[in-house]
Ligand binder design. Structure first.
Ligand code: CDP
Length: 224
């Protein structure tokens, strides 16, 4: 008797890049187009930052932040095709995009204990589904072996204008500098990643360009 072939393993598409480069929009549309789950890893770093601020813990106090991680339950899941995040049963929702979180998230994200904890949870999604995950270190650290990697970029003025259009107060240049200079999993173009500059793309032409890159990287894309 021939054994049943093992089910196809799940795969990850890694979308990395600086703040407001268009990663989230691209990742969401790719996930819709390809029938995958979209995982926003930034929301996880933002949720920890939200809890740190709620508890009046100094974000610079790495020991106290690590202690908090031992006390809280981080629940990662999905609602339809989108990832969800709750801390001790509470989903902070729109508060994750507030000014205080924008101003402190890069400090929290530089703490190795935070990264260790969240990277485990990020990898956990693959046990359940194939995913498009967006962030800073997805192609370099979280899923270094995936062949599907895109580094999304855009001119700094374009990115600042996009964030302003979203009505957010966000010093993206400061956040990018912190994310690129930190020791733990800095923002880099991962080995094997193709750079997609979205400065002069429409949303639709950016998605088409990304699908073309993924096809070149060997992803079987069903036309339609
Ligand atoms: O939407 P935007 O690109 O502005 O930010 P985000 O993806 O929500 O990420 C917020 C912050 O979380 C980043 O500035 C990083 O400091 C951190 N982050 C990270 O360190 N690693 C990731 N994989 C994702 C986010």
């Amino acid at each position: 008797m021939t054994p049943n072939p093992s089910p196809a393993p799940h795969f990850a598409i890694a979308i990395d890049g600086p703040a407001a480069s268009g990663k989230s929009t691209l990742a969401r549309l790719l996930a819709m187009r390809l029938g995958l789950i979209m995982v926003n890893s930034g929301a996880m770093y933002r949720a920890i930052t939200w809890k740190v601020l709620q508890e009046n813990i100094d974000p610079q106090d790495a020991g106290a932040v690590a202690g908090l991680l031992d006390r809280i339950a981080i629940q990662c899941g999905c609602d339809g095709m989108m990832s969800t995040i709750a801390i001790d049963g509470i989903d902070p929702g729109d508060e994750l995009r507030g000014e205080a979180i924008n101003g402190n998230v890069s400090v929290i994200a530089a703490i190795p204990a935070v990264r260790e904890k969240l990277i485990d949870l990020q990898r956990g999604y693959l046990a359940h589904a194939s995913i498009v995950m967006e962030g800073r270190d997805i192609g370099s650290v979280v899923f270094p072996d995936t062949p599907y990697k895109i580094y999304v970029d855009a001119d700094e003025e374009v990115r600042a204008a996009r964030r302003g259009d979203e009505g957010q107060i966000d010093s993206i240049a400061q956040r990018d500098a912190a994310d690129s200079k930190r020791t733990a999993a800095p923002l880099v173009v991962a080995a094997g990643a193709v750079i997609l500059d979205t400065s002069h793309h429409t949303i639709e032409s950016g998605v088409a360009a990304a699908l073309e890159i993924l096809k070149q990287q060997g992803l079987a894309i069903i036309a339609g």
